[in-house]
Ligand binder design. Structure first.
Ligand SMILES: Nc1nc2c(c(=O)[nH]1)N[C@H]1C(S)=C(S)[C@@H](COP(=O)(O)O)O[C@H]1N2
Ligand SMILES: [Mo]
Length: 417
């Protein structure tokens, strides 16, 4: 029958793939038996023609609770975050209207006919591109996540925050970005050998800027014009943004207007007063660009209530700025034993990866959690290990294992283990 592969009722990851699985009445999934239902009364929507077509589709009215959670700042209007509701989403691609937002001074309403991108500094041939020019360049697409360096920062607090996954870890989203490889535009301007960094600057009222090592810029960055097939939304950088795969969100400069090639980092606000992390030694980490491997169970998670004991699928997201996720292990006994979850194909580097594992909940109190390993062999740390290495004053780059306690009555809370 359903033989556990690890404690707490974790089952073989391939269980749902095998054809032989027959749900018993002991399972939590109990569809209506056909004989008991009646087909004699048609629902109202089958009795008259449906609504007219629309120019741009919207979600069902029944899904109006799946929204971003916007948190403004009355002291600094335009500065804030809106979180992606990761707990309500499936698959790996974040719908454009739900991609998280992080703005330093609001969303500029840019006229693409007037917007320009300048490439200057240590180049032999400074250039200015219009959007019309850029749209004629050969493009490529990459699937990748963008994650704010400050995502999950509530994890540094002494008491576990009791909020849904998205409002804790939802400063991360994943899209297919399409645009021009950054190296093409830089090389066209003629990079001087003395250039080692560039400053990227946006056209928002904050003119947000940051220094990026030239090696990364020439490697896999793109100047994106499209997000999941359509032109980028204003809040995500319309008409163009930088995409810096796997690195801190702040480097992905939106409303991109200027690329200034230089020979050393310019020590902007975002690499000095922000995005430096105070360590227990008293020294600070700086230029800690890469977002390390992270994973979290999105379902079941805080905010849901388990219906009754039986068969469930534990699912969640894993990602790493260093490359592909190779394994996600799940524990249903607080970390004593672990079982390997199924990774949903395709597994792509620097991209959200969906994991799933079947689970037989016996109805006892249990703690479930996940940990990810990436292709470099890096494994997501337990909270205790992370804090030992980095203290609690760093604010950025929190990526420890996340645990959910499930009570016998089915209620779920966030715990540290
Ligand atoms: N011009 C500009 N670019 C910006 C920002 C900004 O405020 N202005 N915020 C940065 C930060 S801190 C993050 S985490 C990402 C967020 O991208 P998103 O809003 O598309 O999710 O954009 C970055 N690029
Ligand atoms: Mo950010």
């Amino acid at each position: 029958m359903l033989t556990p592969v690890a404690g707490g009722g974790l089952l073989d990851r391939r269980l749902f793939l095998t054809r032989g699985l027959v749900f018993s009445t002991a399972t939590a999934v109990s569809p209506l038996i056909l004989a008991k239902s009646t087909d004699s009364q048609l629902p109202s929507w089958m009795l008259k023609p449906g609504e007219p077509f629309s120019n741009y589709g919207k979600p069902s009215l029944h899904e109006n609770k799946t929204i971003r959670w916007a948190m403004g700042n009355s002291m600094a209007p335009g500065n804030g975050v809106s979180w992606a509701p990761l707990h309500d989403l499936e698959g790996t691609i974040t719908p454009n209207g739900l991609h998280f937002e992080r703005h330093h001074n609001g969303v500029p309403q840019i006229d693409p006919a007037q917007h320009q991108l300048m490439v200057h500094g240590l180049v032999s041939n400074p250039l200015i591109f219009s959007i019309e020019n850029l749209l004629r360049y050969p493009m490529r697409s990459i699937f990748c996540f963008i994650e704010c360096g400050g995502n999950s920062n509530a994890g540094w607090r002494n008491i576990p925050i009791q909020t849904q996954v998205g409002y804790f870890h939802g400063m991360a989203s994943c899209s297919e970005w399409t645009g021009i490889p950054l190296h093409v535009l830089l090389e066209e301007a003629g990079i001087k050998s003395s250039a080692t960094w560039l400053i990227a600057e946006g056209a928002d009222a904050a003119a947000m800027n940051i220094s990026i090592p030239l090696d990364k810029a020439l490697d896999d960055c793109i100047v994106a014009l499209y997000q999941n097939g359509e032109r980028i939304r204003p809040e995500n950088g319309y008409p163009l943004r930088l995409v810096v795969p796997g690195w801190e969100g702040v480097l992905n400069v939106k409303w991109l207007r200027r690329l200034h090639l230089i020979s050393q980092p310019s020590m902007t606000r975002n690499e000095t007063s922000k995005y430096t992390e105070l360590l227990p030694s008293g020294k600070a980490r700086q230029f800690s660009f890469i977002m390390d491997a992270k994973s979290l169970i999105t379902n079941p998670s805080l905010g849901y209530k388990m219906a009754k004991p039986g068969l469930y699928q534990i699912t969640g997201l894993a990602w790493s700025g260093r490359g592909k996720i190779t394994t996600v292990e799940v524990s249903a006994d607080g970390g004593k034993t672990w079982a390997e979850a199924e990774l949903q194909e395709p597994v792509m580097a620097r991209c959200f990866t969906r994991f799933r594992i079947p689970w037989q909940w016996q109805g006892d109190q249990v703690t479930i959690k996940s940990r990810a390993t990436d292709e470099t062999g890096y494994r997501q740390p337990e909270r205790e290990t992370l804090i030992k290495q980095r203290g609690t004053n760093g604010y950025f780059h929190y990526n420890a294992v996340v645990s959910w306690k499930i009570q016998a009555d089915g209620l779920i809370s966030h715990v540290y283990t």
